[in-house]
Design a protein around this ligand. Structure first.
Ligand code: BGC
Ligand code: BGC
Length: 822
């Protein structure tokens, strides 16, 4: 940082110290705007264009009330059809994490483009009272256009944070925008500029760093990459998309790292830590800001006028649009998913109403008529939506497929784009340990490549990849991608060495070295929340593999895939070298680029990555952030070895924390185990006994005798709040085997909410393990109170039935949400 900006910051700090009365700290939140903490005054590089403003005013003056309300609602493609758009004239659609053309996550890119045309055409066909208003399509291209099969998948933000390279970030934004434009998508819900402060949070990997200096540098770079530089011809021109900074504000600071939780920070911490990326992003011209699900001091962000209006639009002069997050308005006290004047009145300009749009349209219309939503506020919201559309040139653009770079499918995962991603992988790797300078390796060695992450592109890509959770995906879904193993194999083969893949680490001839790739399985949002930072608390198979190799005298290089720093002391002890690779994405070859010398024996690529998050010494050491009093991490913020630096790590403590009592990892019953205190019992004459599926006693066989209704239930020790999971359309997923088909009706339920499954069980092949998924919304619809579930799994049968059950869990499944009878 230059001395001038240090001086400026010091001055700003002194100014805020003198201007903010000390009593402000003691006042309750949401006091009158006089006492609130002020945010920086920002001048956007995108000036008000008088021609655009005049055009907006003209359109606005000719719009009916219905059309105005439609403009401020965004529906999901899985619930609103092009015909709905024709009728309701909604302003926008989104493709959520599990939404895709025809419900097919693996749809060909051309299908995305065709669908974009259909929605656009519907908006143009609509019978407008004044001028036609084309629709905007938004998507979560949070690490490349990764919803679409074949796109370039970049490392998740946590890895990019380690690269400390704003120019690279800008380039990634450019590539992402180009690939989005190929499929006709206009608007990216990215970059996430959260500052994750408690790594138990399931979205930690979506953040660049725990220290806002990184967001300050990256936010404008990514915005300019996606949108083009304000003031140049490129700005929102062909091949560019609208960027969104999210989630405003405080998402990364919730207590306990609970997703969508409450952030207890002071107003100054909200501004200076969690909000640090917003002023530079707004200055760079970002056109949309997404409100956060989370609350601050108990006030939900979707209803927080002081921040959405006074700070964002007032202090920072943001004149683009504030979009909500996935029914986030429904969390505001007094609101529901289908009615929330309070959000619009607080400053939201567009509801994200995936499945709730129709009810929301009716209620918002009524509230605008009654004056509960003042006309001036509605007009301001519509103006902002129209302004963003106009700046993006939407009124003058042809159908999505006719736009300049549309339909050039060869750009998706093109060699040039993949080269940028591969560079990003190289730059994001952080070397934590290198005993006796084991690295870099010679590619002429006999190399064993092991671990379940070695040949696993979904695992190296993490959540928000093709599907929302990044699950239900395989290597075949990455036609241009390369696994870490494939990259190693290529490098070694080229130099005349030998590489062998064995996930289990088996070999016949002792190898010279083993590279073991392991780590977290993909997750997104609340599904990734964890009670502690212990890596894989319930399953130590990776550690056993490392120890087995070590015991055999094979030098071990660990490549650790994770969405956050985790407590891996035993794994580090069992490794000679340890690389934090985070979630590198589709270009696994970048790992071999750094681990190996080139064929001529030269070091082509040194490690460059520096931790952008502090690495814990203990599993319960959270929150842990640079700048803390008594800061005592295992590896500090900024740590990262280079070749030639002394890299041994002394033997680390392997003492584990006491097991936590919360349901681990969203698994209710798995491998024969349940959270402490939970029970799985049968009553009314039904019986239950342990059986073996993959391991001893890892499953249960429930026998219903047919003498009237009998049931079996999994009982929790405390009520479970599954409302977030229900809103997120997660499902109850059960592995089952029918040993005797039911002779009467069968239900699966949560508490009193029961769903019939008779047909599925009757048609099941006896003796074969299968999986069923029931959307949580079905239990809610059938009467369960999802905010306090005591029995998250109940089976009831009137007839005779022998049913074996194995893993019972709440997770994401791409099943139709309205299928409430199986
Ligand atoms: C997430 C957002 C995302 C939106 C649309 C929400 O659940 O919090 O980050 O943009 O869904 O998929
Ligand atoms: C959607 C995501 C969304 C999430 C909300 C999922 O069902 O697919 O896009 O972010 O729900 O939490």
């Amino acid at each position: 940082m230059g001395s001038r900006s240090v001086a400026v910051r010091l001055l700003a700090a002194i100014a805020s110290l003198t201007l903010v009365p000390m009593t402000a700290l003691a006042l309750p939140k949401q006091v009158g705007s006089e006492q609130r903490v002020h945010w920086p005054s920002v001048t956007s590089k995108v000036p008000r264009d008088p021609a655009i403003e005049a055009r907006i005013e003209r359109i606005l003056s000719r719009m009916s009330l219905e059309e105005k309300v439609g403009q401020i609602i965004q529906a999901d493609i899985s619930s609103a059809t092009p015909d709905d758009i024709r009728k309701y004239k909604l302003g926008s659609i989104l493709g959520g994490g599990n939404s895709a053309p025809g419900g097919n996550e693996k749809a060909a890119p051309v299908e995305w483009l065709k669908l974009a045309d259909r929605y656009w055409q519907a908006s143009m066909d609509a019978d407008w009272s004044g001028e036609k208003i084309p629709i905007l399509w938004g998507i979560d291209a949070v690490h490349g256009h990764a919803n679409v099969v074949g796109a370039t998948v970049f490392p998740h933000n946590i890895g990019l944070g380690a690269a400390r390279d704003p120019a690279l970030i800008r380039r990634i934004g450019e590539v992402t925008a180009e690939e989005m434009a190929v499929t006709g998508v206009d608007w990216d819900f990215s970059p996430t500029i959260a500052v994750p402060r408690d790594d138990r949070w399931g979205r930690t990997y979506e953040g660049y760093s725990e220290d806002p200096s990184v967001q300050r540098a990256y936010a404008p770079a990514m915005v300019e990459g996606l949108q083009g530089r304000a003031g140049t011809k490129a700005f929102l021109g062909p091949g560019k998309v609208i960027a969104t900074v999210k989630h405003f504000v405080g998402d990364g600071g919730t207590a306990g790292g609970r997703d969508q939780g409450d952030n207890p920070s002071t107003d100054e911490q909200i501004r200076d830590i969690h909000g640090a990326g917003y002023p530079p992003a707004i200055e760079a011209g970002v056109q949309s800001v997404m409100a956060s699900f989370s609350a601050i001091g108990g006030v939900r962000m979707h209803g927080n006028r002081a921040l959405l209006t006074d700070a964002l639009k007032g202090d920072m002069h943001f004149d683009g649009l504030v979009v909500g997050d996935w029914n986030g308005h429904g969390l505001v006290p007094g609101c529901t998913d289908t009615s929330c004047a309070a959000s619009i009145n607080a400053g939201l300009d567009m509801f994200m109403a995936p499945d709730s749009w129709k009810g929301l349209y009716e209620s918002t219309l009524a509230q605008a008529r009654s004056g509960e939503i003042p006309m001036a506020r509605l007009d301001d919201a519509v103006r902002r939506v129209l302004r963003v559309k106009a700046r993006y040139g939407l009124f003058d653009k042809p159908a999505p497929s006719k736009r300049r770079t549309a339909g050039q499918f060869a750009l998706l995962g093109s060699p040039a784009h993949r080269a940028v991603a591969r560079q990003a992988v190289r730059e994001s790797l952080v070397l934590l340990k290198d005993r006796g300078a084991l690295l870099p390796l010679s590619p002429k060695l006999d190399v064993l490549v092991a671990g379940d992450g070695a040949d696993n592109i979904p695992k190296q890509s993490g959540g928000w990849t093709i599907t929302w959770q990044g699950t239900e995906v395989s290597n075949a879904d990455f036609p241009h991608g390369q696994s870490i193993w494939a990259g190693i194999q290529q490098a070694v083969a080229k130099a005349g060495g030998r590489a062998t893949l064995s996930a289990a680490g088996d070999y016949s001839l002792k190898p010279d070295v083993a590279i073991v790739v392991f780590g977290e399985n993909p997750y997104a949002e609340m599904v990734g929340d964890r009670p502690t930072l212990e890596y894989s608390a319930a399953d130590k198979k990776d550690l056993e593999l490392l120890r087995k190799l070590k015991a055999a005298g094979v030098p071990v290089v660990s490549v650790f895939l994770s969405g956050r720093p985790l407590w891996v002391n035993p794994e580090i002890n069992a490794s000679d070298a340890f690389v934090a690779a985070f979630l590198p994405g589709s270009e696994g070859g970048g790992v071999a680029d750094v681990l190996f010398r080139d064929a001529k024996g030269r070091v082509a690529n040194d490690f460059r990555g520096k931790l952008s998050f502090s690495w814990p010494k203990r599993a319960d050491q959270t929150p842990l952030n640079v700048g803390d009093a008594n800061y005592d991490p295992l590896f500090a913020f900024g740590y990262g070895l280079r070749y030639g630096e002394k890299g041994d790590v002394p033997q680390l403590s392997e003492e584990r924390p006491a097991p936590s009592s919360t349901g681990a990892d969203g698994l209710y019953f798995a491998r024969g185990r349940m959270p402490p205190g939970w029970t799985l019992t049968a009553g009314g004459g039904a019986t239950i006994r342990g059986i073996d599926r993959r391991a001893q006693e890892d499953s249960r066989l429930i026998t219903f005798t047919g003498a009237g209704e009998q049931s079996s239930a999994l009982a929790a020790t405390q009520p479970l709040d599954l409302s977030r999971e229900t809103n997120a359309q997660l499902s109850l997923i059960v592995d089952y085997r029918v040993d005797l088909k039911p002779s009467g009706p069968v239900f699966i339920g949560m508490d009193e909410g029961r769903v019939p499954v008779t047909a599925a069980l009757k048609s099941a092949t006896p003796g074969q393990w299968q999986t069923l998924a029931i959307p949580l919304g079905c239990f809610m619809g059938a009467g369960a109170d999802m905010s306090k579930v005591m029995r998250p799994f109940v089976v009831a049968s009137t007839g005779a039935l022998r049913l074996a059950v194995s893993d019972v869990r709440v997770a994401s499944a791409t099943v139709p949400q309205d299928r409430c009878s199986l």
